[in-house]
Design a protein around this ligand. Structure first.
Ligand code: DGJ
Length: 743
């Protein structure tokens, strides 16, 4: 899959679907030629690099007016020597300078893909699934070796990239060390970013690229609700189902920068990696620094095609372990039902009612530990509050498992309240800057996870509970952004490392727990979706996507999230109305129809509901159990964007194409609506399907459903029609499409 051509010192990575071509430039640095649809291998592709004189250019060689780094498309550019664009690397040296000149030394090509020590990354299960190119470069002045890693997957339109520095010289400071850089030939792109806020995560925002830099990032210590590390560059005419787009996924959960810069000549540079703000890694002689991984995807099958590539890779070659391919249990979570206010009796009654409805997993959220009765106390004390739960977590878990349900527990391992035994014993264990105020968020402080002894202490507390009780699920929460970041355990020179060391500490704790408890299902969470990133998926195969459980808001959040994350990873629950975030009332069936497209569950007290709603919930659960694999692991298609239209639609199709479910969600009911139909995707043209869930049940061939469409008109009209179900604002339909065996 990786071919080296000595005639023009180029490397062509191809799997027949994509090609990625890079080369060694005349100055010995690494240049970029092409990334996109597979092109035929050729002995020489040097003509792809145009060189011609441009005014106001800085040239490294006297008497040479054609070669300048400003005009070269590059792979991992450095600053201050002719290239005025964003660098991928910047190294502050002992004399204060920051120029580096990484020149090709040698390369290795091998089957498979190496793991990145201490960091999440994509992987392969057998060496023939992927091939890796290691480019070894060297900067003679600093004596630093830089290894650029490129892995191409045999069956995926994706290249995994990262960089590793090894310092053979005097100590330096890595001020910028991105995971990747790439210079596209042109700038005929739109940038799609996934931005928002707490409770309004990952809304799709599309803007044309323009001259200059457009970027999203986080300096909050977690990937954040505000911007997601995943971005897309799409051609302006690319739609959901046709056209070219590129996806950039950083496999990392801390501060990040994803940026695109269009230069004067219309070249687009993309860099992605750890955000350089507040980052500075002091690299001493003999030490190495490995960047996180960036996954770069390509598709010419529209945004859906890109998402499907991403879903498959993230679901099967980033997520790991026992739960990776397994259907996820239907859970009920106590948070919106009880917040901190419960006792054992209430929990048992709650669980029993859920069990009677068919729920498979009961999750006890916040409030069970230390002296936690509100958010001012208890974080850090991971032992049960026996006043609330006299049987302890072990006793309670056994009572719940004896009911025939699994039991899950909430932790917020990285945080501490001042009112806790842990803080009283170790007030110096929080992130705080000497002599400065230390800000709180939700009355809590951030434990210094860059310190191994802090991680050890939390590990031991969690290990005790998880080994003693019957626990099959853990929700790992993280409820504030980081401020006054400084570690008492590190020297002044190393303070720029704290953010990254912190995340390495989080990964270390996760790794130890999943190794010790391989059968526990972990769900990541950060006040909802503040840490919904590919890095987390390596440890926790699902993520609580948002604290908003309102069905309409969830439609937007899940629609945006689906662009970059597999459906099985999106935690989605049915909650009570009026919704506690929006005060909105949506029909119970719409709440379920939305949450079905995810790791499904409930987040309400079933005792609040009238019997007829309980019956509806029983039906929902039975239905989901029958169709769970289709929802969680089917091929997902976005059909209509709720960001653009008064309704949204999506569908999921089974691997063999014989079964599908399609959700159609209305925002506002409109009088005298036009007729509406929806062209489905992914069905088998010649197979006859039975369609249920609409006003009429009927059969139609796949070709009709895909090319004529599925009729979705409803009773929105000034006159009532007896043959149509009444409709309302936030109504929805779930169409079940099942192949009919003929003959
Ligand atoms: C924030 C989470 O997103 C919620 O689901 C819940 O677990 C609360 N934290 C508990 O404090």
């Amino acid at each position: 899959m990786i071919h080296y051509s000595s005639s023009d010192r180029s490397f062509h990575l191809t799997n027949g679907r994509i090609s990625y071509i890079l080369h060694i430039m005349q100055n010995g640095q690494v240049g970029h030629r092409y990334f996109g649809k597979a092109i035929r291998l050729a002995e020489n592709t040097s003509h792809m690099n145009e060189m011609s004189y441009r005014p106001l250019t800085a040239f490294p060689d006297e008497n040479e007016f054609l070669f300048s780094t400003e005009h070269q498309r590059q792979e991992y550019p450095s600053p201050n020597a002719g290239d005025f664009r964003m660098p991928a690397v910047s190294i502050r040296q002992g004399n204060g300078s920051n120029i580096s000149d990484f020149r090709y030394q040698y390369h290795c090509i091998y089957d498979g893909k190496p793991a990145l020590s201490g960091l999440p990354a994509s992987y392969c299960e057998s060496p023939d699934e992927a091939a890796t190119l290691e480019l070894h470069l060297h900067d003679a002045i600093t004596d630093i070796e830089l290894t650029l890693l490129y892995t191409i997957f045999r069956d995926r339109c994706c290249i995994a990239r990262s960089a590793c520095f090894r310092n053979g010289g005097a100590p330096v400071d890595l001020d910028t060390a991105m995971s990747m850089g790439i210079d596209f030939y042109d700038s005929d792109f739109e940038l799609v970013q996934f931005s928002g806020a707490w409770s309004r995560e990952r809304h799709m925002i599309t803007t044309p690229l323009r001259a200059g830099v457009q970027s999203v990032g986080s300096v909050r210590g977690h990937s954040s609700h505000n911007h997601n590390p995943f971005i897309i560059l799409k051609r302006p005419d690319t739609t959901e189902h046709a056209g070219e787009s590129y996806g950039f996924h950083l496999v990392y959960s801390g501060n990040f920068l994803s940026a695109a810069e269009v230069d004067t000549f219309g070249v687009t540079r993309v860099v992605q990696g750890i955000h350089p703000q507040n980052f500075c890694w002091h690299l001493v002689t003999g030490e190495s620094f490995q960047t996180p991984e960036s996954l770069v995807f390509w598709s010419d099958e529209g945004m859906n095609g890109l998402s499907q590539e991403i879903h498959t890779l993230l679901r099967t070659r980033v997520a790991r372990g026992y739960w990776r391919d397994r259907e996820r249990p239907i859970l009920i979570n106590s948070w919106e039902a009880t917040t901190f206010h419960f006792d054992e009796e209430k929990i048992l009654a709650f669980a029993e009612k859920a069990r009677d409805c068919g729920v498979e997993l009961f999750v006890l959220d916040d409030g069970w530990f230390g002296r936690r009765n509100d958010d001012t106390a208890g974080l850090g004390d991971w032992y049960p509050n026996l006043e609330k739960i006299p049987s302890g977590i072990t006793g309670l878990s056994r009572k719940i498992t004896a009911m025939g349900m699994q039991f899950g527990l909430w932790f917020e391992p990285e945080m501490v309240n001042k009112d806790s035994d842990l803080y009283r014993a170790h007030p110096d264990w929080i992130l705080q800057t000497p002599k400065r105020q230390v800000s709180h968020g939700r009355n809590q402080y951030v434990l210094d996870f860059s310190r191994p002894e802090v991680v050890d202490c939390i590990y031991l507390q969690m290990e005790k509970i998880l080994s003693e009780a019957d626990i099959s699920y853990v929700k790992w929460d993280m409820n504030r952004s980081m401020t006054e970041v400084y570690s008492a355990a590190l020297s002044a020179k190393r303070q720029g490392e704290v953010f990254h060391r912190y995340i390495l500490g989080v990964y270390d704790l996760y790794e130890r727990l999943i190794r010790r408890f391989p059968h526990i299902l972990f769900e990541s969470c950060s006040s909802g979706g503040g840490r919904c990133d590919a890095g987390m998926l390596y440890y926790a195969p699902q993520c609580w996507a948002s604290d908003t459980t309102d069905a309409h808001e969830r439609l937007l959040i899940q629609y945006g999230t689906s662009c970059g994350y597999p459906i099985s990873s999106i935690g989605a629950h049915v909650a009570a109305v009026p919704n506690w975030q929006t005060n909105r009332r949506t029909p119970l069936h719409t709440r379920a129809n939305t949450a079905y497209f995810g790791a499904f569950g409930y987040e309400l007290n079933l005792h609040w509901l009238p019997e007829e709603e309980i019956s509806q919930i029983k039906e929902q659960i039975a239905f989901y159990k029958q169709n769970r694999r289709l929802f969680q692991f089917g091929t997902f298609y976005r059909l209509q964007s709720p960001f653009t239209y008064n309704s949204g639609a999506w569908m999921s199709v089974s691997e063999d194409g014989m079964q599908a479910v399609c959700g159609v969600y209305k925002t506002l009911n409109r009088p005298v609506c036009g007729y509406q139909k929806l062209c489905l995707r992914g069905l088998l043209p010649d197979v006859k399907y039975r369609i249920t869930g609409g006003d009429k049940e009927y059969t139609a061939y796949g070709s009709e459903l895909m090319y004529f469409g599925l009729l979705i008109s409803d009773a929105s009209s000034s006159e009532r029609r007896p043959d149509m179900r009444e409709t309302c604002d936030f109504d929805s339909r779930l169409y079940v499409i099942t192949a009919e065996l003929e003959g």
